[in-house]
Design a protein around this ligand. Structure first.
Ligand SMILES: Nc1ncnc2c1ncn2[C@@H]1O[C@H](COP(=O)(O)OP(=O)(O)OP(=O)(O)O)[C@@H](O)[C@H]1O
Length: 738
């Protein structure tokens, strides 16, 4: 017996966790041989659609399937797994059909309101004081241009609040929900493009008629309709048992593996003449796109070296794991320049370039730091070294400039990227983007401290991270080596100028050379900068992602509230807006709770974490407590332990199954959890460190924004539920409660 194709719905919410395993083994057998005894795949008497079949999952559960038979294959479209009686009730009313406007596969309920619908004039004229509808189009536009069924379109255009729209959208098939969310703000043609919706031109009357009496379609036409890019928002054709297992038993978290959205697919498959940049808020699928694109580039050209890099070692390890999960057959190369994928944090890449250069590195060190040397394997502790340098040589400096934060930023943003090695060059250089103006004597005084900093590092045989990247870039530039064909950067917003110089120098300028994913709102380490200053020109090749796939609309609104009113500049030098940033998922509103003392805050945390992790169907490791610093993290782990709740601190490595985790907000970057408690958001814990680091002027405002961004990162980790607590006075960064 030939194998069958299984077409599986993305929204398999009907599938209870306890049934998943049984559903998987049923479908696996069905895919191999649909006549296997025990599956009982049978036609259903009284079904609304002759293609409907029932299948026996276990004593209690039945699969409702639609069988498509063509000359060359058999496919089963899974509608859902239901209790025995529900499956038969459902079969009596559902038909599998093709949307008459856009050709997408969809279910039609035979007694749904469409049947009775005609295009009606509004019965009562709208009162002028009534709230404005959210969507500026008519119901007819939505139907004729996008294929939204008439009754759905009528309801959508009557909605006047974002909350109502989110709730409504979450009840619809995925593409319809997304189209309606986008319709709040975007022109119809853009929605058609983003969702790749084609439309058969026809009049509103003709369209309404076709929704009432769908035309008959063949099995072949139905099967082909699942191949449309936008069909894959709702359904996936599953190839092989492994894919089936991941999708069904892996749940939401790994579903993206097969369900790329049309726009994401374009970024994965697209070819561009030079660097390309995608920007987008937290959870818009940037990393998913990047990982798929890396796989695509590596498989299209197995001889090419594809470098995937990001800001920290932990994030790089997570990218490696995602790539392995996505495609266990991918080739990885341990060595920079070898064929296959090379995944490393940007500082580790710099180190690898420097090490492989051997004694030749001296020339690059001289170009960047003024004096050639090869004893550079140690790492400068930059904060301590700047303080020392100020003590040694800072007497000529104005009091306001004797701050390590200022000097470090001056060094990283101006001196290193311009490869300034002598005072006369520093006196001439344009200090674009630096807040503080410096007189000639001011520059001289700064330069004295720079020389002291460099002198101490020379004696110690060390480089700091930015120096190492600058040296690595200089080495590649002069040697002409270009170890990578493609470089993909995740979390680009945190890269420093010399990191970008290194990225530029890793690959020759050629089509598809550099691909960057970034979110300026999540800048928690870096300063703002403009990429073109480092030879990476993305103007005209930058796109924004607006749909959040992770977080519920309620959590997203709270997270965005943290940044309301802040101006955030992206790396094209443009203000980055959050307008049109939506989520198609809904859930409870975040809860903010004030507790009288730390002890009671810990009591509350223990109860909450215990109840979350013991909720049916919740895997304990998808529950997390996020805190501002390591000390609080350890206090939470100990405090919850004393209250009988085991929780693991997460530092390096990945989340292990079995227990909830506690982690710092910095460590939480790039992660996601179903339920998140933000703990200890007191006045004196976040923003943190602004006084200790003695910031001033531009450095102070950037540091304040970084703290806000950190809270935004933390809040946007929560897929479903978010609770925020503090004891004493609340942090000034918490958005005002409604
Ligand atoms: N096409 C999709 N369908 C369903 N889920 C998706 C899709 N694309 C991404 N996701 C899910 O959305 C979540 C966020 O994706 P991802 O981590 O790539 O976002 P991101 O933009 O990199 O987020 P952040 O900037 O916050 O790290 C993930 O759970 C991912 O599985």
């Amino acid at each position: 017996m030939a194998e069958s194709v299984i077409i599986y719905p993305k929204q398999d919410k009907l599938l209870d966790a306890s049934v998943k395993q049984k559903a998987y083994s049923f479908l696996e057998k069905l895919a191999q041989d649909d006549s296997t005894p025990g599956l009982h795949v049978e036609p259903i008497a009284n079904a609304a659609d002759p293609r409907a079949r029932s299948g026996r999952v276990d004593q209690q559960y039945r699969a409702l399937l639609f069988k498509l038979t063509t000359a060359t294959s058999t496919a089963y479209v899974v509608h859902g797994i239901y209790n025995h009686d529900d499956a038969y009730k459902m079969a009596a009313k559902v038909q599998l059909t093709i949307n008459p406007i856009n050709g997408l596969p969809e279910y039609n309920e035979v007694d749904a309101p469409e049947r009775a619908l005609t295009w009606a004039q509004p019965a009562v004229e709208a009162l002028s004081a009534a709230p404005e509808p959210l969507i500026a189009f008519s119901a007819e536009d939505l139907t004729v241009s996008l294929g939204i069924p008439p009754a759905t379109a009528e309801q959508a255009v009557a909605l006047t609040s974002k909350d109502a729209m989110n709730t409504f959208a979450s009840t619809l098939p995925e593409w319809q929900g997304l189209a309606l969310l986008l319709a709040d703000g975007e022109p119809i043609t853009q929605i058609q493009q983003e969702l790749e919706l084609m439309n058969q031109p026809m009049s509103p009357q003709e369209a309404a008629g076709k929704f009432v009496e769908p035309e008959p379609v063949s099995d072949q036409e139905l099967l082909d309709s699942f191949d449309q890019p936008s069909a894959q928002m709702g359904f996936a054709k599953l190839a092989g048992a492994e894919e089936l297992r991941r999708v069904i038993t892996g749940g939401d978290f790994s579903a993206w593996r097969v369900f790329l959205h049309p726009q994401q697919r374009r970024w994965v498959r697209g070819d561009w003449r030079g660097p390309y940049r995608i920007a987008g808020g937290a959870g818009t699928g940037k990393t998913v796109v990047l990982v798929h694109r890396a796989r695509r580039l590596a498989t299209d050209d197995p001889d090419a070296s594809v470098v995937v890099t990001t800001f920290t070692t932990n994030l790089a390890a997570e990218l490696s794991r995602s790539l392995e999960r996505l495609d266990p057959g991918l080739e990885f190369s341990d060595e920079l320049g070898g064929p296959g994928l090379h995944v490393k944090g940007i500082d580790a890449l710099a180190r690898a370039v420097v090490q492989s250069a051997g004694a030749d590195i001296s020339e690059a060190v001289a170009a960047v730091l003024g004096v050639g040397r090869t004893d550079i394997s140690g790492r400068t502790d930059a904060d301590a070294a700047w303080r020392q340098a100020v003590l040694r040589a800072g007497e000529g400096l104005d009091e306001k400039l004797r701050k390590s934060a200022f000097l470090k930023a001056e060094y990283e943003m101006v001196i290193l990227p311009h490869r300034i090695t002598q005072l006369p060059d520093y006196l001439k250089v344009a200090r674009t983007g630096r807040g503080v103006r410096l007189s000639r004597s001011g520059r001289k005084a700064v330069w004295a401290v720079i020389e002291a900093y460099r002198g101490a590092a020379r004696e110690a045989g060390t480089l700091d991270f930015s120096e190492a990247a600058a040296v690595a870039a200089a080495h590649l530039e002069t040697s002409g080596e270009r170890p990578a064909r493609h470089v993909l950067v995740d979390e680009g917003q945190d890269f420093k100028p010399s990191h970008w110089q290194l990225v530029r120098a890793l690959a020759p300028e050629a089509p598809n050379d550099i691909f960057i994913a970034e979110d300026a709102h999540q800048r928690i380490y870096g300063q703002r900068l403009v990429l073109s200053a480092y030879g990476i020109r993305t103007q005209g090749r930058s796109r924004a992602m607006r749909l959040n796939y992770r977080t519920t609309a309620q959590n997203l609104a709270w997270a965005v509230g943290v940044l309301t009113g802040q101006e955030v500049i992206d790396s094209d030098g443009e203000a980055e807006s959050m307008a049109g940033y939506h989520s198609a998922r809904t859930g409870p509103r975040p809860i903010v709770r004030s507790l009288p003392t730390l002890t009671t805050e810990l009591d509350h945390a223990a109860k909450l974490i215990d109840s979350w992790s013991n909720t049916d169907g919740v895997q304990a490791e998808t529950v997390a407590v996020l805190v501002r610093d390591r000390m609080t993290r350890d206090r939470v782990v100990a405090g919850l332990g004393e209250r009988g709740v085991t929780i693991r601190a997460l530092e390096a490595g990945s989340v292990k199954p079995g227990y909830p985790v506690a982690l710092t907000m910095h460590r939480a970057k790039g992660t996601e959890f179903t339920r998140v408690l933000l703990f200890g958001l007191n006045q004196d814990s976040i923003p943190m460190g602004l006084k200790a680091y003695d910031y001033d002027g531009t450095e102070l405002s950037e540091a304040q924004l970084r703290e806000r961004s950190l809270l935004y990162v933390a809040a946007s980790r929560a897929r479903d539920e978010l609770v925020v607590t503090y004891s004493g006075e609340p942090s000034e960064l918490l958005p005002p409660s409604e």
